[in-house]
Design a protein around this ligand. Structure first.
Ligand code: SAM
Length: 290
């Protein structure tokens, strides 16, 4: 490998040479900590048969290591100023394609077909924090053929993804992430691991994509609508939230009967229900609608 870009003085030299100005609005905090980089790459468990999708390659710090470990690398970068930097820093690799796009608008199915045909793919990225949740939800909801998602995110977001029922971190994001994946925290990351240092702590989290969702539900849209409705006002009881937010509306008696059939006490709060309980409740509420 060429000089590791993760080295702070190498990063500084490239930033200066290309007269690159960091844009806070694009979440541009580049990784300069080799130990953290090694942990990210190790958690992704890549081999030469696998593909790696990186979102936001920056100057190519993580991309360089992915090119060494994976068979094919696709890096989607929104900032066109970084394209000429990446053309230079990745010039020695012929297994990488840099795609200029906002990942939220990119047709990932088409890109996967073009670049990863037949390969198992892991997403490996140091995400821009201003769009972490929409990016992760897009990756999950589009049901791409993914093996895992190993991402650097803001510490609080990682804690919400990996939360257990009953705590303040447990919410609609937890349920969506755990429906599709098994999360595990890889490591905590201090502000000093980035250039420039962000003013929040970070965490690397691994989301191992499940072969089939964690619970069986007949109607996914309704299941996620129920979850959202149950967390609409966190301090209120489940019954209150269902009365106020569930669509189509059900009479109180019908709600109580559905809770009883699902074995769920209606005075509980939404944050105490497990995925299995939400699945049961969704089935019973759906049945009450017909
Ligand atoms: N991967 C590099 C690293 O680890 O040093 C840079 C990570 S930096 C936290 C986030 C990167 O995401 C930046 O390169 C930024 O320009 C890019 N980015 C921001 N919003 C994006 C979007 N919507 N789609 C694709 N890339 C985006």
């Amino acid at each position: 490998m060429n000089k590791r870009l993760v080295n702070p003085s190498v990063t500084r030299e490239i930033v200066n040479r290309f007269e690159f100005q960091f844009k806070k609005s694009l979440g541009q905090n580049f990784l300069i900590d080799g130990n953290i980089l090694d942990k990210i790459v190790e958690a992704a468990e890549l081999d030469k048969e696998s593909g790696a999708l990186e979102i936001g390659p920056g100057i190519g710090t993580l991309t360089q290591e992915l090119c060494e470990e994976a068979g094919r690398v696709l890096a989607v970068e929104k900032d066109n100023r970084l394209l000429r930097v990446l053309a230079k820093t990745l010039e020695d690799y012929d297994n990488v394609h840099v795609h200029h796009a906002d990942v939220l608008e990119a047709d990932l199915h088409a890109l996967f077909a073009e670049h990863f045909a037949g390969r198992k793919v892991s997403v490996v990225a140091n995400l821009p924090y201003y769009v972490t949740t929409p990016i992760v939800m897009k990756l999950l909801e589009e049901k791409l053929p993914l093996r895992s998602i190993v991402v650097m995110v803001q510490r609080e977001v990682a804690d919400r993804m990996a939360a257990k029922p009953g705590g303040k971190d447990y919410g609609a994001l937890t349920i969506a992430v755990q429906y599709y994946t098994e999360p595990s925290i890889v490591c905590r990351v201090p502000e000093s691991s980035f250039m420039p240092a962000p003013n929040v702590e970070s965490t690397v989290i691994k989301l191992k994509v499940r072969e089939t969702p964690a619970v069986e539900v007949a109607d996914e849209r309704y299941f996620f609508h129920l979850v959202k409705a149950s967390f609409a006002q966190r301090r209120k009881t489940l019954l209150n939230n269902l009365q106020n937010n569930l669509q189509p509306k059900l009479e109180k008696d019908a709600l109580l009967a559905a809770c009883e059939r699902a074995g769920i006490e209606p005075q509980r709060r939404g944050e105490t229900l497990s995925l299995e309980e939400y699945a049961k409740l969704a089935t019973e509420l759906k049945a009450a609608l017909v």
